[in-house]
Ligand binder design. Structure first.
Ligand code: ADP
Ligand code: GN1
Ligand code: MG
Length: 401
């Protein structure tokens, strides 16, 4: 389970205090963040931000995301406060416009299908001024969601059945958005899954070698450069129309779907910052990258890293159960290969970030991005050796076997 509380103030932010006022005061601390090893403390406290949303609660850091700063706040009900990472998302108001529209659409569709929209999609909390986000004086952007109770996020599947159900949730997410007008969505990160552009960024990082790290990672660079040919497979299909443009999530990491504690099933897809027009293969491939692995994304013992074929089959079954009717021939051809492409793409992103001085992904130890890149590349190599079996599983699942 995601290790929610990582507060530097472990005695703070606990619920159940008799005096809510005292709780608030104790747990109200300054926000700080690290930029290239330097701690920057902001000039306001979390409590002050929460009050902009008419909330007066305790809070503490929460979750395992690599991008935004997430805090849990309150007791009953609870809330999620997030500082949007504006180094990654250059236009937070556009991100929030996308999210509000997507959540509205999902809410309507979930209700129409007889579901519980309060649990099956995110609910934004408005500021006292009726906005979906609060912009602080220092240009930091904050948003609040209602906390989804009696559910958890997991980094690694606890069983193939649970993973199949998470896959179904991601598939359903895309199905429910299949009639969303894609042209209304902003591109929140340009060329996010454009693998050839990601390759160019790696080439530039190697050329620049601004931290003097390239020599140390020559094996990883060689591994990446040798596979340049797989980069254009999906973008070429999008360009020639054999792969349709759909509204996709684009960050289908397992911990971006909440698992219901009672049913152990995929309940709600979260982390909607990257919902944009894209390929179904992005969501399929990216989900398998980490979720179907035999080890964590940052495992340093590479002998443990590889693809678990039972998990691959479980994910394929769950995802296809929602979407198979709409697959094109080229999408089917590339389903298994997309797991290799998206894992490779993430590996080159981690490697480029390591070379550039770790400015994009949050790291928790030196060389964390390099460890992540190495494990992604080991996963790629393992999937390459099992591609025939992966393709066979795709055919069998689609044939209903
Ligand atoms: P990041 O973009 O940094 O990955 P996420 O939006 O995925 O941030 O949030 C980080 C974690 O916070 C999630 O993995 C999940 O555990 C938790 N979380 C986010 N939103 C909610 C919510 N509405 N209810 C409960 N938990 C949430
Ligand atoms: C980031 O936000 P999070 O932690 O769910 C990243 C993904 C990567 C993933 C690797 C916006 O996902 O693209 O695949 O880390 N999100 C963004 O763990 O870059
Ligand atoms: Mg996330």
């Amino acid at each position: 389970m995601t290790d929610g509380a990582k507060s530097a103030f472990p005695e703070n932010g606990r619920c159940g205090g008799t005096d809510p006022k005292t709780d608030t005061v104790i747990a109200d601390y300054f926000l700080s963040r690290f930029i290239i090893g330097m701690e920057i403390t902001m000039e306001y406290t979390i409590g002050e931000i929460l009050r902009r949303f008419d909330l007066d609660f305790t809070s503490e850091p929460y979750g395992n995301g690599h991008i935004n700063d997430t805090y849990i706040a309150g007791c009953d009900p609870k809330y999620i406060l997030q500082r949007i990472n504006s180094n990654v998302f250059k236009n937070p108001p556009e991100v929030m416009e996308n999210i509000a529209k997507v959540c509205d659409h999902l809410r309507r569709k979930i209700i129409a299908e007889g579901g519980n929209a309060d649990r099956e999609t995110l609910t934004l909390v408005k500021t006292v001024d009726g906005q979906n986000y609060y912009k602080a004086d220092d240009d930091n952007y904050f948003r609040v969601y209602r906390f989804i109770e009696n559910a958890r996020s997991v980094d690694i599947p606890e069983s193939p059945e649970q993973y199949e159900s998470a896959a179904k949730a991601f598939g359903k997410f895309q199905r429910l958005l299949s009639d969303f007008p894609a042209n209304e969505l902003h591109e929140t990160i340009r060329d996010f899954h454009n693998t050839p552009k990601r390759f160019e960024a790696l080439e530039a990082a190697v050329r620049e070698d601004k931290c003097g790290r390239a020599a140390e990672v020559s094996d990883e660079i060689e591994f990446a450069f040798k596979r340049k040919n797989i980069c254009p497979l999906i973008v070429d299909g999008l360009a020639d129309g054999s792969i349709p443009l759909r509204v996709t999530h684009n960050d289908t990491k397992l911990n971006n779907v909440m698992i219901d504690n009672t049913t152990n099933r995929g309940l709600c897809v979260i982390d909607l910052d990257t919902v944009m027009p894209g390929s179904l293969l992005y969501d399929f491939g990216d989900a398998l990258r980490g979720g179907a692995g035999t080890a964590a994304e940052d495992e340093t013992d590479l002998s443990k890293v590889g693809i678990d074929m039972k998990l691959f089959e479980a994910f394929t079954r769950g995802f296809c159960s929602e979407l198979a009717d709409s697959f094109t021939e080229r999408e089917i051809e590339l389903l298994a290969t997309s797991a290799i492409i998206l894992t490779y793409e993430c590996g080159i992103r981690f490697l480029a970030d390591y070379l550039m001085g770790d400015t994009y992904f949050k790291i928790h130890r030196p060389k964390h991005n390099l460890d992540r890149a190495r494990s992604q590349f080991k996963m790629v190599a393992d999937m390459e050796s099992k591609l025939d079996s992966m393709n066979r599983i795709v055919s069998d699942v689609l044939a209903g076997r």
